[in-house]
Design a protein around this ligand. Structure first.
Ligand SMILES: [Zn+2]
Ligand SMILES: [Zn+2]
Length: 270
């Protein structure tokens, strides 16, 4: 069985120069890749990739970083994009209270120079997009940074009404337990391999196996020893290997568990 990368952005600028090769090797080596939307434009581009490649899927959303792009017509634009059969989720949506320094992110400008976060505005478009996911009956990819308690407060009343995952999980075990109570999955990216991130590994060790997912968040967060370089979905294998070690599993078993979990959550029939 092969791995699934539940969260990548192969539609981002970082791949403009060699996208065809990247797409080819990643589609061959993996069971599936979900290219996640962060804006209307990025959602459209993710869908275009998914239309070309059998085992690529897409999600649609406006990321909290791009809250200022939300307009009167955005809900309907996302809704109409999501009619495409390769769209399997709404996301990434959520709250981000992190103060990003202007970053040099490889060949991508995607994360450069964000202003101070406005959580109130973010909460508003989060709510709208939760409604969209409910209207469509699709799972949600939650993005969260430095705002896990605030996010939980906002979504706790949706217990039993939404499905989804916490992507690139960086919260505590106490917080993870609350998200599990809401029925959400927890997804780990390359930062689970970083020195100093024992708290993330601690969460990955304790989770019920049926709730663990793997991702890369490519082009960001390359696992050790590729840290700092542009990431690709194939390196999700290092995330799976770390989870296997933590849980005393053979890597093949970790692959099987996480792939089955992803297929269940996204109703993938590949
Ligand atoms: Zn994210
Ligand atoms: Zn992302």
């Amino acid at each position: 069985m092969k791995l699934i990368d539940t969260h990548a952005h192969l539609q981002f600028k970082a791949y403009d120069e060699d996208r065809d090769e990247v797409v080819k090797r990643n589609s061959e080596e993996l069971e599936a890749v979900i290219n996640v939307g962060t804006s209307v434009d990025a959602s459209e581009k993710g869908i275009q990739l998914a239309e070309k490649i059998d085992n690529f899927y897409a999600s649609v959303a406006v990321h909290p970083h791009h809250v200022d792009q939300w307009g009167g017509n955005t809900y309907n634009q996302l809704k109409s994009l999501s009619q495409n059969p390769k769209v399997v989720a709404v996301g990434e949506i959520g709250l981000d209270n992190h103060l990003y320094k202007p970053l040099r992110v490889l060949r991508s400008n995607e994360l450069q120079g964000y202003p101070k976060p406005d959580l109130k505005k973010q909460a508003k478009i989060l709510e709208e997009q939760i409604n969209l996911a409910r209207e469509l009956g699709k799972p949600i990819l939650f993005h969260c940074r430095d705002a896990y308690d605030e996010l939980y407060e906002q979504i706790k009343d949706y217990k039993g009404k939404v499905r989804g995952l916490m992507h690139c999980y960086m919260g505590t075990w106490e917080q993870a337990k609350k998200f599990l109570e809401l029925g959400l999955y927890i997804s780990f990216s390359g930062n689970i391999t970083y020195r100093g991130n024992d708290y993330i590994r601690g969460v990955a060790k304790k989770l019920p196996p049926e709730k663990i997912l793997t991702e890369t968040d490519s082009p960001f967060l390359s696992p050790e020893p590729r840290r700092g370089q542009r990431n690709e979905p194939i390196y999700v294998k290092m995330v799976a290997a770390t989870i296997a070690t933590l849980r005393n599993l053979r890597t093949e078993k970790a692959v099987q568990i996480t792939t089955e979990n992803a297929k269940n959550l996204f109703d993938l029939t590949i």
